[in-house]
Ligand binder design. Structure first.
Ligand code: FO1
Length: 307
């Protein structure tokens, strides 16, 4: 079975790892959100791409899900001594990735080419594609502080400002990265990982032509919400601030334009009767690698039943 996974950061990377435990590299392509990308001290940082790549390479920090395992922060500590405000925690090993990516971008290479080359160096055989090679920046519109670039909102302001909307700056000029459309066309199904619908999946779907092509596929989404809470990140808080009761049902409604199957947690099984697409209730919290594989198997089983 050929699968394309749409992924944001940590939650997305975990399910992708589960899928990679079951599918060979020819049968799994991962399309990653780049709306979180930004520049820090002149370095080009691509957090979601790195999170997915590090996870599949077995290099990710198991505690945070982002950054590198066994990381040290000497460069950051020395930058702090030079008066640089330390709010985004870039580790020493991780910095090598950003330094080289920035160098290659300045040399004229595309993000998709650089990602392929890095994956090769890290021994990752799966195709991990940025949604676009053109820069897209998620801007979070807040009630009291106006528009904030995503990482300013997420890391620096710890998701505290109340949101009233989102804008994907640069989206009009963005086209799908090479291989993105082809991978979706050839896939039996698209899996929408349990990433944030507003700021991880929406930017991917907003890239020119992606939403239209998704509408022709079998698309299965995994809820990032259990009950009325997210296990990680601000998705539930965002739903509330936008005037929507957070629940797996709200997530499915968010994806209604293209959704053909849905997975929610056993705890929310009663909501199955309200769902407008075939829905599977299972354990969706991924505490370890076995949980990731088991959830991925449930996803593949649901897809098979929809074919
Ligand atoms: N997330 C944090 O909450 N705090 C950090 O200091 C932080 C640093 C960081 C460095 C590299 C990287 O690849 C990711 C990092 N993240 C950090 C995670 C990242 O900002 C978010 O998880 C994603 O952008 C949301 O998907």
């Amino acid at each position: 079975m050929k699968i394309v996974a749409l992924a944001g950061g940590v939650g997305g990377a975990k399910l992708v790892d589960g899928l990679a435990q079951l599918l060979s590299p020819e049968n799994l392509t991962i399309i990653v959100n780049t709306g979180d990308d930004f520049k820090y001290r002149g370095l080009y940082i691509s957090p979601d791409l790195d999170t997915v790549c590090y996870t599949l390479a077995g290099l990710a920090n198991p505690d945070t899900g982002w950054g590198r395992n066994g990381e040290t922060f000497q460069v950051l500590e020395n930058l702090q001594k030079l008066g640089v405000l330390k709010w985004f925690h870039l580790g020493d090993q991780d910095l090598a990735t950003h330094i080289e990516r920035t160098y290659l971008i300045n040399e004229g290479l595309f993000l998709s080419q650089i990602t392929r080359s890095f994956c090769h160096s890290w021994g990752v055989e799966y195709s991990i594609l940025p949604m676009s090679d053109q820069p897209v920046s998620t801007m979070v519109d807040t009630i009291d502080e106006g528009e904030l670039p995503f990482q300013e909102y997420f890391v620096r302001r710890k998701c505290e400002p109340k949101v009233k909307g989102f804008r994907f700056a640069g989206i009009d000029a963005a086209v799908p990265a090479p291989g993105v459309i082809e991978a979706i066309m050839q896939a039996d199904s698209v899996v929408v990982c349990p990433s944030n619908p507003w700021v991880s999946i929406d930017p991917i779907c907003a890239v020119n032509g992606l939403c239209d092509i998704l509408a022709t596929k079998i698309n299965v989404a995994v809820s990032p919400i259990i009950g009325n809470r997210t296990f990680k990140g601000p998705a539930a808080k965002m739903f509330i601030e936008l005037g929507i009761q957070p629940s797996p049902l709200a997530v499915a409604r968010h994806y209604k334009k293209f959704l053909t199957g849905f997975i929610l947690d056993k705890m929310d099984e009663k909501l199955k009767q309200e769902m407008s697409v075939p829905t599977l209730a299972t354990k969706i919290l991924m505490k370890d690698r076995d949980d990731r594989r088991r959830l991925a198997q449930d996803v593949l089983n649901l897809i098979q039943s929809l074919q």
